[in-house]
Design a protein around this ligand. Structure first.
Ligand code: FRU
Length: 469
């Protein structure tokens, strides 16, 4: 055991003792035991067990040097922290083991990631001074690594790119392996690079996905997958300007359906935001053994510390993931819904009609069906969800700014409201409209015993689900 491991294990031991006292720790979402979490990495199902890695700063809740944290689950809801298998301990990843993905093959996990290297001297680290190495770590159990190797370096990427190239997502189709990476060009355009390989180690540049119109200066964390007859390209762009209600967050996550074969010059069509709330970024997907396309995203955003002061920092940790979401395409729209395992988490339910008011558990779900009319839901006395049939905009609005720790209001056009699922997990709220066609995600921080709900919706039929010991 090296010194880093030792320090880490002591920290965790201390931390685990305090778990029960922590007010805002979620019950069924992935959160770091201590320190900072951002993007999901290396999502996969391996020998029947779900593995989720994530961008992790073990020593500070406010970020810093990036490692990969690791947790496992058998049902996508009960997660066990497994340690820190991937450390920035090589010359090619010494300033961060950045985001990446997992490919499972031959009883091994192939973990592709970006080795971030910052050179000494005066640099802007965009045009000079940075190397983004494409790395491969091989593991048999996700807990320890057998090998780490460098697959590509700056010279292997197209010459019109800046030093910002990262976040390899790898998958296999027929006998070929494919990889997408996000990048920023010298003319400040975000692009996705596509590579192919016959052996998982030697990669050939095939082409790029880009837009004709300006759509941000950098595209992070790309993903590409086939779903219900569509090929979906998912990116997290930076630098897209707000446009009415759209793109209201500092950075976004969007998807589009590609036109044509992805490896034969497919074109990018119109992008749509994956989430209408405050806290959603860097989503990644994987295919489960039973054929579901499951997505997990970071329930947070980079560079927003100026706007939000998350009170969990005082408890020594910050950020969590979204609930794993099953993806599908319905009526030409990419839909996201909590994984079906969630239904088994609840062991109690209560049905009601019309208005409803009362205290709730800090971890619970509400399912509401309306006849397309107006509706208002107030959570913890200060987070309002509202829809008025004439206005046709669904709003998520903090009337209590302390509850939102700086978050304000977000809205999105919704033609008709038929159903609403509200998942509350202590300090996270996810709202799924109309079978997951629109989703709003946010963190919130209610005082102790302040978990309440008021529903004003005369024509609503609802069910309250919770777990009781
Ligand atoms: C997205 C991101 C990635 C990068 C990682 C570093 O949040 O900036 O592009 O790999 O975070 O933590």
């Amino acid at each position: 055991m090296n010194a880093l491991h030792q320090i880490w294990e002591q920290l965790i031991e201390e931390r685990l003792k305090r778990f029960q006292e922590e007010r805002w720790r979620p019950k069924l979402h992935i959160a770091p035991p201590a320190g900072w979490l951002n993007d999901p990495n290396g999502l996969c199902q391996y020998r029947g067990v779900y593995h989720a890695f994530y961008q992790f700063c073990p020593f500070s809740a406010e970020g810093g040097l990036k490692f990969w944290g690791h947790c496992t689950s058998r049902d996508l809801l009960h997660w066990t922290f497994e340690g820190v298998p991937l450390m920035p301990d090589q010359p090619e990843d010494c300033h961060g083991a950045y985001s990446g993905s997992a490919l499972v093959e031959n009883e091994k996990m192939y973990l592709y990631y970006t080795g971030n290297v910052k050179e000494t001297g005066e640099h802007d680290f965009i045009h000079t001074g940075r190397r983004a190495c494409t790395m491969l770590a091989v593991s048999k159990d996700g807990k320890s690594l057998e090998t780490k190797e460098v697959l590509m370096n700056h010279e292997d990427y197209p010459s019109d790119l800046t030093r910002h190239v990262r976040d390899p997502k790898v998958w296999k189709k027929k006998d070929t392996y494919y990889m997408v990476q996000g990048a920023r060009t010298m003319s400040d355009r975000g692009v996705v690079l596509l590579f192919s390989s016959g052996d998982k180690r030697h990669w050939r540049f095939l082409g790029r996905f880009e837009t004709e119109e300006d759509f941000g200066y950098m595209w992070e964390c790309p993903d590409l997958y086939e779903l219900d007859g569509q090929t979906v390209l998912s990116i997290s762009p930076q630098g897209v300007k707000a446009d009415g209600l759209k793109y209201a967050n500092l950075y976004q996550s969007v998807t589009c359906f590609l036109e044509g074969d992805f490896c034969m010059g497919a074109r990018v069509k119109e992008f749509r935001e994956l989430d209408g709330g405050f806290d959603f970024y860097a989503p990644q997907t994987f295919l489960s053994d039973d054929g579901r396309r499951i997505q997990i995203a970071w329930m947070g955003l980079p560079d927003v510390q100026e706007f939000y002061t998350n009170p969990t920092v005082e408890d020594g940790w910050q950020h969590m993931m979204t609930i794993p979401r099953e993806l599908s395409v319905k009526n030409g729209v990419l839909c996201q819904n909590p994984v079906r395992e969630l239904a088994c988490w609840w062991n109690r339910s209560r049905s009601f009609e019309g208005d409803f008011e009362g205290e709730t558990e800090s971890c619970c779900e509400f399912e509401l069906h309306t006849e397309g009319g107006s509706l208002e839901v107030l959570l913890a006395g200060g987070l309002k969800l509202r829809y008025h049939a004439e206005e046709k905009i669904f709003w998520m609005e903090f009337t209590d700014l302390v509850l939102g720790a700086g978050r304000t209001a977000r809205g999105r056009e919704v033609q008709e409201l038929k159903s609403l699922r509200i998942l509350i997990d202590v300090s996270g709220v996810e709202v799924f409209l109309n079978g997951g066609e629109d989703v709003f995600t946010t963190r919130f921080y209610p005082e102790e015993n302040a978990y309440t709900i008021q529903i004003k919706a005369p024509d609503c039929r609802g069910t309250y689900y919770f777990h009781s010991l």
